[in-house]
Design a protein around this ligand. Structure first.
Ligand SMILES: *Cc1c(COP(=O)(O)O)cnc(C)c1O
Length: 433
């Protein structure tokens, strides 16, 4: 399969090139040249298939030309070492729980898949060590570090701003050891990002070591997210609830929802989608006005959705040929303030006993507000509430339990390299590696 850039001026790329480069030369996002429809027989029997079997069928359609069946099966099965179950919250509203992976958020799926696909390419071509540089304000670092943990042939450097990530986040990438090095930068997130960007452009460093990024726009992180939409449909079908099924996705950079939309292009019978935003409502406004107007991001309770210029908008736009009419006929939007999010979390907890995290709360509320009679809604619960324990406990007056895998990180010993925000220091450090 070839991959083209949404900006249409860069040459097309092979899967390997698209994965290693991340972004095309013209700064566009890579899109597969074809999205292959799956046969009706697959959808007829999908409710009897396991999540892993379903995911392998979907993966085959995207990656089958580039990765031999046995290797692809191993990659998919290893990636999905945890389930993404559908849980009933109340009549007609279900939660697709995407937080059962190692770092308790949906980004585990894409990060684990990308790590294994990259490892496959490294082995096949017997290329030397590949070094992944990632700057994080908290959540991406943990998903990438854990996704790549123990993967041979790859070393990961996680750069994070000293004192600016929560203790729960920090322990998820500073206690791992093995092929993960945490770098604590004396600065803010933007300094970390600037160090990484400069490193990619530095000739000495590139001659010394093979560098790549694990950015969330990478096709190998983005496409595997389609897997769990098929699983949601299968589990709803088994309940007899899939005929008028609506999917609602708490959205920031729009990678998650776009993967679901790709699923629909493959024939997945989801009636329509809802994108739930927090106060960063750029997409919501686009649906209303037809104008895409990026803004500086606002800090909210659902901070992983604090995005003022969602990068995957380019993919949504490309997928629907730039037609506002087509986009609005299939996707609707909602936007919620922090006060709305708090109220939703309290109401849902009081009436159903279900504990939402602030991101999932946007998805749940959008279903409450926009679901029509006869429809069944599934929202993505994108993170485990314990990841935001202080906030959740304060809002609900609870003391929610920390899952053992998260508690295990917190017991680990922190190890990180202290770094100034000067590029020369960072470069000198990498040249000694
Ligand atoms: C990243 C993230 C989101 C937003 O997902 P996008 O793919 O960027 O739209 C939502 N919730 C949580 C918990 C996240 O970590």
């Amino acid at each position: 399969m070839r991959y083209y850039s949404t900006n249409k001026t860069a040459p097309t790329a092979s899967l390997k090139e698209a994965v290693v480069k991340g972004l095309a030369h013209d700064k566009g996002l890579y899109m597969p040249e074809q999205i292959k429809p799956l046969p009706q027989s697959f959808f007829d029997g999908i409710d009897k298939m396991s999540f892993q079997e379903i995911a392998y069928t979907v993966a085959e359609a995207f990656f089958g030309e580039d990765v031999p069946a046995d290797d692809l099966r191993t990659i998919v099965y290893d990636t999905l070492s945890f389930d993404c179950p559908v849980v009933k919250v109340e009549d007609n509203i279900y939660s697709l729980e995407l937080f059962h992976g190692p770092t308790l958020a949906f980004k585990d799926v894409g990060a684990r898949f990308m790590a294994r696909l990259l490892q496959y390419f490294i082995r096949k071509e017997r290329s030397g060590m590949v070094n992944v540089l990632v700057a994080t304000s908290g959540d991406t670092g943990s998903a990438v570090a854990n996704g790549f943990l123990g993967v041979e042939g790859i070393h990961v450097y996680v750069l994070y701003p000293k004192g600016k990530v929560s203790p729960i986040q920090e322990c998820q990438f500073t206690t791992l050891g093995q092929n993960i090095t945490a770098i604590e930068v004396d600065g803010v997130f933007d300094d970390c990002q600037a160090l990484v960007k400069k490193a990619f452009l530095d000739a000495d460093l590139n001659a010394h070591m093979q560098l790549t990024s694990a950015n969330s726009i990478n096709v190998a992180r983005f496409l595997p997210q389609a897997f769990y939409y098929f699983n949601a449909y299968a589990r709803m079908k088994a309940l007899g609830k899939a005929d008028n099924m609506v999917m609602c996705v708490p959205s920031g950079n729009f990678g998650n929802i776009t993967a679901g939309l790709f699923g629909v292009e493959m024939g997945l019978p989801i009636k329509r989608f809802i994108a739930a935003n927090n106060a960063n409502d750029i997409f919501y406004q686009y649906l209303r006005t037809g104008k895409y107007e990026p803004k500086p991001s606002l800090q909210t309770l659902a901070n992983a959705m604090d995005v003022g210029d969602p990068s995957n908008f380019a993919r949504v736009y490309d997928l629907y040929g730039g037609s506002h009419e087509r986009i609005t006929s299939y996707i609707s939007g909602a936007t919620y303030t922090d006060e709305d999010i708090r109220q939703t979390m309290r109401d849902c907890h009081a009436t159903t006993g279900y504990v939402l995290d602030p991101h999932g709360a946007c998805g749940y509320q959008a279903l409450k507000d926009l679901l029509r009679p006869g429809e069944d809604g599934v929202f993505c619960e994108t993170a485990h509430p314990a990841k935001f324990k202080e906030k959740v406990d304060e809002i609900l007056g609870t003391d929610i339990a920390i899952p053992p895998r998260l508690a295990a990180f917190m017991k680990g010993r922190k190890s990180s390299v202290e770094m100034s925000r000067e590029f020369d220091d960072f470069k000198a450090f990498l040249l000694k590696e």
